[in-house]
Design a protein around this ligand. Structure first.
Ligand SMILES: NC(=O)c1ccc[n+]([C@@H]2O[C@H](COP(=O)([O-])OP(=O)(O)OC[C@H]3O[C@@H](n4cnc5c(N)ncnc54)[C@H](O)[C@@H]3O)[C@@H](O)[C@H]2O)c1
Ligand SMILES: O=C(O)C(=O)C[C@@H](O)[C@H](O)[C@H](O)COP(=O)(O)O
Ligand SMILES: [Zn+2]
Length: 364
């Protein structure tokens, strides 16, 4: 079993990576002092529940914990205020109090939603992440939780760190291939923003990752989480450095919003966004090799690098104006300046971004 610590002083927490951790969940909760007279509330989704919910419930029962559970529809549309309200109803009916714990069993959608329930129920209860997608190596670490608004992604939310993260690598075996590919997009992002050696390793192990070879998968997830936890430990509330984790997200979030949150997967949208940021860097005078290398590695993993032609440029530009990095009329963009290194540029011209979006549609 691999282990990492997210270093946040007295709110530090462990990430455990291993096979069969769901079966050990009750023991790990007890080891970490998570006790509760009320039931633990497990939030999951309709694809994950049939595979893993009863195993998790049995593991808790074997350690003397009672559980309640709630299953949301799968997909981005469940990151909504209406789902949050449904879960709060279940929490009240099950008798959760201020000492209770909410558990996310699923991908980033369940993690963000359940985390926001934990952040807001009775003004905050404990939270544990049990990620079941590759993408969730990113979403389960760092404490960003929240839901979407029809006009903008993740616009209602909070920072609420988990007590721990239990990454049971066996769960990844049931992922559809498209979700494996999309999840690897954020792993590549962690290399592009911080670690050129990790990009070289990803390049070498592409097939091992796409086929879920156990040692490659475990190391890739570990190193992705390692980059994320270093950044979060240095700037938990995104005052400055943490914005680098947003590489590709200004364009990517806009693409998700204008396509109705059901066409592009998050990792796919971020892949296109990262190519856009690299293109922007070239327009700003950085070396063209950054763009070619970014596009090459993403394509090698089978990720999209072009905006679907039917999406409207004006709508994409409007959606970008709702980005949380858009401050006082200025577009803030994270751009790669070398492989493994990015810069946060304030005051990027909207005209130039528009040109990049148009080029991304035409694949020039
Ligand atoms: N909070 C953060 O820091 C952060 C970071 C990155 C992404 N996110 C958010 O995460 C979300 C995307 O996460 P995601 O890609 O995990 O999406 P997801 O949670 O929708 O999961 C992807 C799909 O896989 C299914 N699934 C999940 N685990 C499975 C398993 N083990 N076997 C079979 N099917 C399984 C789900 O039901 C869903 O259909 C987005 O909303 C994004 O904004 C948040
Ligand atoms: O943790 C972060 O910080 C990130 O930016 C990680 C992103 O991959 C993630 O998609 C995050 O939810 C985006 O945050 P937002 O503040 O732009 O909504
Ligand atoms: Zn993301």
């Amino acid at each position: 079993m691999r282990e990492l610590t997210v270093d946040l002083g007295d709110r530090s927490y462990p990430i455990y990576f291993g096979e069969g951790l769901i079966q050990q969940a009750g023991q790990l909760f007890t080891k970490h002092g998570i006790t509760s007279k009320s039931p633990l509330l497990i939030v999951t989704d309709e694809h994950v529940a049939p595979h893993y919910l009863s195993n998790l419930e049995s593991a808790f029962a074997a350690s003397g914990y009672r559980t309640a559970s709630y299953i949301v529809p799968a997909g981005e549309k469940s990151k909504s205020l209406s789902q949050l309200e449904e879960i709060v109803t279940v929490a009240l009916e099950a008798g959760l109090d201020r000492s209770s714990t909410v558990i996310a069993l699923g991908g980033g959608v369940v993690g963000d939603l359940a985390g926001f329930v934990a952040a807001s129920y009775m003004r905050g209860v404990k939270f544990v992440q049990i990620p079941t997608t590759i993408l969730a190596h990113d979403s389960s670490v760092g404490g960003k939780v929240g839901v979407n608004h029809v006009l903008a992604k993740n616009i209602i939310g909070a920072f609420h760190q988990p007590e721990m993260v239990l990454y049971d690598l066996n769960t990844l075996r049931s992922l559809p291939y498209r979700e494996i590919v999309a999840g690897l997009s954020e792993m590549i992002k962690h290399g592009l923003i911080w670690d050129a050696e990790f990009i070289a390793w990803l390049d070498e192990h592409t097939q091992h990752l796409l086929t879920l070879e156990p040692e490659a998968l475990s190391y890739g997830l570990y190193q992705g989480c390692n980059v994320k936890s270093i950044v979060v430990s240095r700037d938990e509330r995104e005052n400055d450095l943490r914005a680098i984790l947003n590489l590709g997200h200004t364009i990517g979030h806009a693409l998700e919003a204008v396509s109705g949150y059901n066409e592009l997967l998050h990792g796919e949208a971020i892949s296109i966004g990262m190519v856009g940021s690299a293109k922007l860097a070239v327009h700003l005078g950085y070396d063209a090799s950054i763009y070619h290398e970014t596009k090459r590695i993403l394509s090698k993993f089978g990720l999209p690098t072009q905006i679907p032609t039917h999406l409207n440029v004006d709508q994409i530009m409007n959606a970008m104006m709702h980005d949380k990095k858009f401050k006082e009329g200025s577009m803030v963009f994270v751009v790669p300046i070398a492989i493994g290194q990015v810069e946060i540029l304030k005051d990027v011209s909207a005209q130039l971004v528009r040109q990049v979006v148009m080029e991304l549609k035409e694949d020039v």
